[in-house]
Design a protein. Structure first.
Length: 99
């Protein structure tokens, strides 16, 4: 099975890591994570990237709700993919400002 763990935010990611590790050990073909808010204090995202001690995810999707963090993520040579919220926010603001 292909698994996606969904969470609202990640800081050090201990719970995400433990969940991902158990799912891989149980035979999941792939384990991925989607997190709305990547807080990652002290660059704790490095632990999830390739070669890190928490590198159990095949893909790790986050939104750019905290751009000071997501701008640092290595999207071309790592597991992270940043999903841009800007168009959604602009469309919502345009919609509500015109009503």
């Amino acid at each position: 099975k292909h698994i996606v763990i969904v969470d609202d935010l990640v800081q050090t990611g201990g719970t995400l890591f433990e969940s991902g590790k158990v799912l891989k050990e149980a035979g999941a073909a792939s384990v991925n994570a989607f997190v709305s808010h990547a807080v990652f204090p002290n660059d704790s995202w490095r632990r999830f990237n390739v070669g890190g001690d928490r590198a159990c995810f095949d893909k790790f999707w986050v939104t750019n709700s905290i751009p000071t963090v997501t701008d640092k993520l290595p999207v071309s040579d790592g597991i992270f993919e940043v999903l841009d919220l800007m168009d959604l926010i602009i469309n919502d603001l345009d919609h509500f400002s015109s009503t």
